[in-house]
Design a protein around this ligand. Structure first.
Ligand code: MRU
Length: 366
């Protein structure tokens, strides 16, 4: 199987300052690499899940913000209200903030989006102040600083995921059966994934894991992405429909569940792909440990619990027709299509970050 493993999920195309992604809406049928330059293209790629998964969205937003900033400095990105009479860097920052808010509106639940944009904002403010002190109104120094920060966020994702994997590896044994939901894999990050990092590391060590992945209705991230990337890496993967998890667990085939997260509240409640709550509830019923793997950047200390997490609602057509040859529901049927659900911290055995294996009551600083 040839595939995605030889490409980066998200990168900066230095040749023409564009955001380069694998278009995940076309997988597994076609591996197409696309370069994005305008704010609209980048926003749309995040909204339509051409690039997706909380950490990858964060990296795409950071590189995207750099790409957009190059356009702002060159005058090609400009909202009509931008006042060009202001000092160069004041005008630049005003536009930067507008574009940052615009990108941030693409998807509400994955906290890595605002986390990465805030980091870019802080660097921008600092670099503008430094340029001011140096008596320079030139955006060049600011762009350099933004580029460096975007690449730092991207590079850190690789080591963070590897560390998550090392910690999670302590929770599995050779020959185990593990279940995952959605795609918290390489395609949702830069390399390794979060929930899948321990699977890649176990594979390297010859653990012979049996990996099961839920297809993940309605957008089929498990079928289209997770089973594809893990099979491409030579792992033993079995795909199941979401409603088959209960019978699989009852059969004794599953020793542990590993999933990712889009936002983890301070008390450990974790938002992840719709259906995760069902898997966690089943795992509890069958006495199977349920682990959430995520970088510290996914922990939102400002959100006290899951009730305060905004859940993205997606369009009806994703349920009624998107992946079917023909529409599979009456034209006027009402559709319930939340993109995520929240798993109560009491259903979570442990949360694994780059810092280690955390158990309730959660204090992610330790
Ligand atoms: O809607 P998606 O495909 O972006 O949802 C992705 C998930 O829910 C992942 O499990 C989560 O972002 C963690 S990715 C490491």
């Amino acid at each position: 199987m040839s595939g995605i493993l030889e490409h980066d999920t998200v990168e900066l195309n230095d040749k023409d300052n564009s955001l380069r992604i694998i278009d995940q809406t076309l997988l597994p049928g076609r591996v197409e690499i696309v370069d994005l330059k305008t704010p609209e293209e980048i926003w749309d790629a995040i909204y339509r899940l051409r690039v997706r998964g909380a950490p990858a969205i964060g990296v795409a937003a950071a590189i995207g913000m750099y790409v957009i900033s190059v356009g702002i400095a060159a005058g090609s990105v400009r909202t009509p209200v931008m006042d060009r009479r202001k000092g160069d860097l004041d005008g630049f920052y005003e536009e930067f903030r507008k574009q940052k808010d615009y990108l941030n509106s693409a998807r509400p639940t994955a906290v890595n989006l605002s986390w990465a944009l805030d980091r870019m904002d802080e660097v921008c403010v600092r670099a503008i102040a430094e340029a001011g002190e140096a008596g320079s109104g030139n955006a060049g120094l600011v762009l350099d600083a933004l580029r460096e920060e975007a690449l730092r966020i991207r590079d850190a994702d690789v080591s963070t995921c590897r560390d998550i994997g090392e910690h999670a590896l302590t929770l599995i044994h050779p020959g185990d059966g593990v279940l995952t939901h959605c795609n918290a894999g390489q395609l949702a990050t830069i390399k390794y994934g979060t929930a899948t990092a321990c699977m890649y590391l176990a594979h390297e060590k010859g653990y012979d894991l049996r990996i099961y992945c839920d297809e993940t209705r309605p957008l089929l991230q498990g079928a289209r992405l997770t089973s594809y990337e893990l099979a491409s890496a030579g792992m033993d993967v079995t795909l199941l429909c979401d409603n088959m998890a209960a019978s699989l667990m009852k059969s004794g085939a599953i020793n542990a569940v590993f999933v990712g997260a889009d936002r983890i509240a301070a008390n450990g409640d974790a938002a992840n792909k719709i259906g995760t709550l069902g898997v966690a509830t089943l795992a509890r019923a069958f006495g199977i440990p349920f682990y959430v793997c995520a970088p510290l950047s996914t922990i939102d200390a400002a959100t006290p619990d899951g009730d305060h997490i905004v859940i993205e609602r997606r369009p009806d057509y994703e349920v009624t027709e998107m992946w079917y040859r023909e529409r599979m529901a009456p034209e006027d049927v009402k559709v319930y299509n939340p993109a995520f659900d929240v798993t109560d911290h009491e259903l979570i055995t442990a949360i694994i970050t780059e810092r280690g294996v955390h158990r309730a009551p959660y204090d992610f600083r330790r």
